[in-house]
Design a protein around this ligand. Structure first.
Ligand SMILES: Nc1ncnc2c1ncn2[C@@H]1O[C@H](COP(=O)(O)OP(=O)(O)OP(=O)(O)O)[C@@H](O)[C@H]1O
Ligand SMILES: [Mg+2]
Length: 498
């Protein structure tokens, strides 16, 4: 007996997938447009044929039941209702009953049962469809999660701080493998990090302030940012997911900014000193030269008197020498600190301004100003002395930011464009009060300031730098309503070596 049943079962096993495939295809076909209605009409027609042949003896609605079941199982609600209607009509026309009451009762019962069966079939099908959709959504989410894990450095820890798993990018960060990392305490990688003491950082927490030193498997250290998420948000004793960020590049860039800022400050101090020297030279040269002339005269007079006066003459000679030397020292100090045209070399404007971008951003918050930098990158190779040039732009931007401070509109635009075959223009525009025409000459004078804590040196230093670049610093009214300070630099041949 078993020998007979087993091959039969095997055949059913083989045929079953094909059968379900055929049914699925028919369902797909029947759910498309008018196909369901065609199916309903065809199945009622078959039922009518069976009815005419008298296949079912006395119960005349029986051959019409499949006519309703087929569209109910394969098509949608519309075709099912059509099939019920047609079946009832066919039955009433073809079967002549004595009692009208019987006809109505049979018709209504058939319609009610048909509708109920149809609804059940439709509900079952839509349940299946939604669970299939749910399963495919779950699969999609799984795939997304896996893709995220494959591209993000993530580590999952258990309640004891042991690594449950570590994504491949996280392993690359620590130069370890998933196998090596699993089961080790996370403190082996980041000794000072405690997942249960570390709160998730707020959005204002800079990655420069919130970081930990992590250790790679080769012993080298690097800064890492860590975001913490607890699997069960209400209990810190559950698993914890750490998202890691390698901050090495960030920190290196910050160190570079710091260095540049210090360099610029130094140049600023030197330039200020140079400017001071210029003022002193101008103010002191006069009296010192006069003193030298008077002493020369005294020496001439003394030369005519007896020898004891010769000592006085020698002293005066020394005094004259010292006075002249003082003037020389002051004059020389300025020359030393001046930007020399020999220091100009081809530089990319975009690169010079990009470099001071972070410093400009540091200036802006003091006055809550918005700084927009719009530099044309075409033909931006200019002849410049990098650091002093950057200092000049910073001076102008600092003045512009101070000018817009406390005003309703606080905008500063730094614009750069190649304006001719030979020149590139830099403009610093602001929405401040502007510079009245009668003040223009005065503001460039050293030590002229309208600010309580100003030195009044910024513009004169800037002008000196611009002139050393063979340019002229001009001031006019800006399209933003305030002042615009502009100057031009000579363009370098694109073929010149950088
Ligand atoms: N963008 C501007 N809008 C309006 N006035 C300006 C602007 N830039 C400069 N000024 C005026 O020119 C004066 C001189 O500027 P300068 O930069 O030389 O010195 P300061 O800003 O006063 O002091 P510091 O020595 O700190 O730079 C300023 O005090 C200010 O009155
Ligand atoms: Mg200034």
């Amino acid at each position: 007996m078993a020998d007979l049943i087993r091959p039969g079962l095997r055949r059913v096993d083989r045929l079953w997938p094909r059968l379900t495939d055929v049914v699925a295809r028919v369902v797909r076909w029947a759910s498309r447009g008018a196909n369901g209605y065609m199916l309903a009409i065809a199945s009622v027609a078959l039922g009518v044929v069976a009815l005419r042949l008298g296949v079912v003896g006395r119960f005349q609605y029986l051959p019409l039941i499949p006519a309703v079941l087929i569209p109910a199982l394969l098509a949608s609600r519309g075709p099912t209702i059509l099939a019920i209607g047609l079946a009832v009509m066919a039955n009433i026309i073809l079967i002549h009953r004595q009692e009208l009451g019987d006809t109505i009762v049979y018709a209504l019962s058939f319609a009610a049962i048909g509708l109920a069966v149809g609804e059940m079939a439709i509900a079952r099908r839509s349940g299946k469809a939604s669970s299939a959709a749910l399963a495919s959504e779950l699969r999609r989410r799984d795939a997304t999660l896996e893709a995220m894990l494959a591209s993000t450095p993530v580590a999952t820890l258990d309640a004891q701080g042991l690594v449950l798993n570590m994504s491949r990018p996280a392993c690359a960060l620590f130069r370890t493998t998933e196998l090596e990392a699993a089961g080790r305490t996370f403190k082996d990688f980041v000794a000072s990090f405690d997942a249960w003491a570390a709160d998730t950082p707020g959005k204002d927490d800079s990655p420069l302030r919130r970081y930990w030193m992590a250790r790679r498997s080769d012993g080298t250290l690097f800064p890492v940012g860590i975001r913490v998420a607890y699997v069960d948000a209400h209990s810190k004793s559950s698993r914890v997911v750490l998202t890691l960020t390698d901050l090495s590049d960030w920190h290196a860039a910050e160190a570079r900014n710091q260095e540049l800022s210090e360099q610029l400050n130094q140049v600023w101090r030197l330039n200020s000193l140079g400017e001071m020297a210029a003022i002193l030279s101008h103010e002191l040269n006069q009296p010192l030269s006069a003193a030298a002339i008077y002493m020369q005269a005294a020496q001439t007079d003394l030369a005519r008197t007896p020898p004891v006066i010769a000592n006085a003459s020698r002293t005066l000679e020394m005094a004259k020498g010292q006075a002249l030397r003082a003037g020389e020292v002051i004059r020389h100090a300025r020359d030393l600190l001046k930007v020399g045209s020999q220091a100009l070399k081809p530089e990319r404007m975009t690169s010079m301004l990009l470099e001071i971008g972070p410093m400009l951003k540091l200036i802006a918050p003091a006055a809550d100003a918005m700084i927009r930098i719009d530099i044309g990158g075409d033909n931006d190779l200019v002849m410049a002395d990098r650091i002093p040039f950057q200092q000049a732009v910073i001076n102008l931007v600092r003045n512009a930011v101070e000018a817009v401070s406390g005003r309703d509109r606080r905008e500063v635009h730094v614009l750069g464009r190649s304006v001719s075959a030979t020149h590139y223009e830099i403009r610093v525009e602001d929405s401040g009060p502007g510079v009245p025409p009668e003040e223009v000459a005065r503001i460039f004078t050293p030590l002229t300031t309208t600010k309580a804590d100003g030195m009044g040196l910024g513009l004169s230093v800037t002008r000196t730098i611009v002139e050393a670049h063979h340019g002229a610093l001009t001031v006019a009214t800006s399209p933003l309503g305030g002042a615009v300070f502009a100057f031009r630099l000579q363009r370098a041949e694109e073929s010149q070596p950088l």
